[in-house]
Design a protein around this ligand. Structure first.
Ligand SMILES: C[S@@+](CC[C@H](N)C(=O)[O-])C[C@H]1O[C@@H](n2cnc3c(N)ncnc32)[C@H](O)[C@@H]1O
Length: 228
């Protein structure tokens, strides 16, 4: 099975293997997913029926975060764990507010990266890279990223619904330290609000030692925190 217009490299992406990015696309009502992704997503929905609602709430949070960052002078974005760039992606939302926005999309899922490159190939103000959040230098020192963004100007770093895929010991604080002054980090993080309050608080404190409390899947998130 191949996506329409896919190159030979892109066709090598295995549709029989589960892709978190494609399963997430299914939750968002997208069509870039395969039977194996849909079966997994349906299984998740049996355990957590609110998964689709959470994905959409999360997308709404992304819109509000981008608007806040643009209002505060950000014109460059790095979206880590970007997924498949279907409707409502960062450059769509941001350009409606400011046409001069540039975006780097980063993901470690080959499907998400291949699909991003395909969809963004005619858009010089956006770029997609294959990179793992856990290796910050692979993103922050990446020649493509450095060529695309001006690191003397503020950057909006987006980590939307991705941090819960990495363990606490892969502390992503390096990103905060590397961003230019007046940059922002906006993140959302899945948490279990039914868990025992003490263990939830301990878990949140351990995973966010120097950041504000993690954003929750709620309609009115706290404003993203400035980094400099
Ligand atoms: C739940 S989806 C969220 C997608 C997008 N941020 C959104 O809100 O629509 C999580 C994404 O994070 C990516 N991801 C998971 N672990 C990652 C890692 N270590 N580095 C980069 N991306 C990762 C997955 O491939 C997937 O595309």
């Amino acid at each position: 099975m191949a996506w329409p217009g896919a190159s030979r490299h892109e066709r090598s992406v295995d549709p029989e293997r589960l892709s978190v990015a494609r399963a997430h696309n299914y939750f968002l009502g997208g069509s870039f997913n395969t039977p194996v992704d849909r079966a997994f997503a349906e299984h998740v929905l049996e355990i957590l029926p609110a998964s689709k609602t959470m994905a959409l709430d999360n997308r709404n949070f992304l819109s509000r975060a981008i608007a806040y960052l643009i209002e505060n002078g950000v014109r460059q974005f790095i979206d880590i764990g970007s997924g498949i760039p279907t409707a409502g992606k960062v450059h769509h939302i941001a350009r409606a507010l400011s046409p001069d926005v540039t975006v780097v999309y980063a993901d470690n899922d080959p499907v998400a990266v291949a699909q991003s490159k395909l969809l963004l190939r005619d858009d010089p103000a956006t770029v997609a890279i294959d990179a793992d959040l856990r290796h910050s230098a692979d993103i922050l020192d990446n020649a493509t990223v450095r060529g695309h963004h001006d690191f003397s100007q503020p950057i909006g770093l987006l980590m939307i619904a991705v941090l819960h895929f990495i363990p606490d010991h892969d502390d992503p604080a390096a990103y905060r330290d590397a961003l230019p002054p007046a940059s922002y980090i906006a993140l959302s993080h899945l948490i279990d609000e039914t868990a025992h309050p003490t263990s939830t608080a301990r878990s949140a404190a351990a995973s966010t030692p120097t950041r504000a409390a993690p954003a929750r899947w709620s309609p009115e998130p706290a404003a993203p925190s400035p980094t400099g």
